[in-house]
Write a protein that binds this ligand. Structure first.
Ligand code: PBG
Length: 334
């Protein structure tokens, strides 16, 4: 018969459950905070007026026309969101092999930026620098005989960056992964008198399947020929990401980004711990789709999954998170 009573029991001296026992105590020992200050709202634009067009696989995300984007910017600011990252849907008629629409100072991105800045001057505006919304082959650079041309592409990106600065964008965010573009874009901005504009480099950007819904959202999905593996990083690599960050910082980047987000939290931590510079994460379209679909069928709690995922970016070391959930998350924090 086993002995059920002990005269002397061994008690653990340390009980981690003690500080977890009450809400007030958990609040005191919480190591990380998530506030609307940490969020950048990713927003997809489409030409027109009064347009709110649902994006496939992204329940809750709409392509917005410029007037609707202005309304959304006001709502975002009222919720305490500091910045928006804009992305354009471009239909086939405006696309070309050289992506010339990217350098049209009157394009959808530029027109919308001006309208938002007029209506909500104190919100930060971030723009991608890359050609994929504008090319008829869906690649981020110029293509010749199936090869993405590096230096020729950077020439165009420099012009694109200046056009975007002209329109009022505050943060120029090259997402193209061409070599040497940060230094050249910095020089182009400075030469044009825009030494005040920040560069947020998509430095650690992987060739990822998680961009799927985004490519549909901007109209590139069906156009893309092949993949982006000759310029975006191999998901198997980690040290290479630090190398990218080191180069981009040496060329003048003010901040760097890791993208996608959730499967790459290790990279956020490594970048933040190694360089200590402003480090952003992008919770990309495929991550949005996974959380929102699982939430919508009741497999997980949508609201809690949104907030937990965003908190985890902060815990990993991200200063800010670009997310399509930003507005929904800020509302949940009210
Ligand atoms: C393009 C770009 C991409 C995203 C942002 N900028 C996709 C790509 O590189 O193919 C992805 C965003 C998302 O999936 O939400 N340079």
């Amino acid at each position: 018969m086993s002995k059920l009573t002990f005269t002397s029991r061994q008690y653990p001296a340390t009980r981690l459950r003690r500080p977890r026992a009450q809400a007030w105590s958990r609040n005191l020992v919480r190591e990380t905070r998530l506030t609307p200050d940490d969020l950048i709202w990713a927003m997809v634009l489409k030409d027109g007026k009064g347009v709110r067009e649902p994006v496939d696989h992204m329940n809750g995300v709409f392509r917005l026309s410029p007037d609707e984007a202005v309304k959304a910017a006001k709502e975002a600011r009222a919720l305490g969101i500091n910045a928006l990252a804009l992305f354009p849907y471009t239909d086939l008629a405006q696309r070309s092999s050289d992506g010339a629409e990217a350098v049209n100072g009157d394009n959808l991105m530029c027109r919308t930026a001006k309208m938002i800045k007029d209506a909500v001057p104190d919100i930060g505006l971030i723009c991608d620098v890359a050609l994929d919304p504008y090319t008829d082959h869906g690649h981020d650079g110029l293509m010749k005989d199936g090869i993405i041309l590096n230096d020729e592409t950077v020439d165009v990106l420099c012009r694109q960056a200046v056009v975007q600065a002209d329109a009022g964008f505050d943060i120029i965010a090259p997402s193209d992964m061409m070599d040497g573009r940060i230094g050249r874009i910095r020089a182009a901005l400075d030469n044009a008198g825009y030494e005040d504009r920040q560069i947020m480099s998509y430095a650690v950007k992987y060739a990822s399947c998680f961009y799927g819904p985004y490519r549909g959202a901007i109209g590139s999905g069906d156009l893309l020929k092949g993949d982006k593996k000759t310029y975006q990083m191999d998901p198997a690599n980690s040290n290479e990401g630090l190398h990218e960050v080191a180069l981009d910082l040496s060329e003048g980047a003010d901040s760097v980004m890791v993208k996608p987000g959730m499967p790459y939290l290790d990279m956020i931590t490594r970048v933040k711990q190694t360089f200590g510079v402003p480090t952003y994460a992008f919770q990309v379209s495929g991550e949005y789709a996974m959380i929102s679909m699982a939430g919508d069928v009741g497999a997980i709690n949508r609201d809690r999954a949104i907030l937990e995922s965003l908190m985890c970016f902060r815990r990993a070391g991200a200063d800010g998170i670009i997310s399509y959930f930003a507005k929904e998350a800020a509302e949940l924090m009210l």
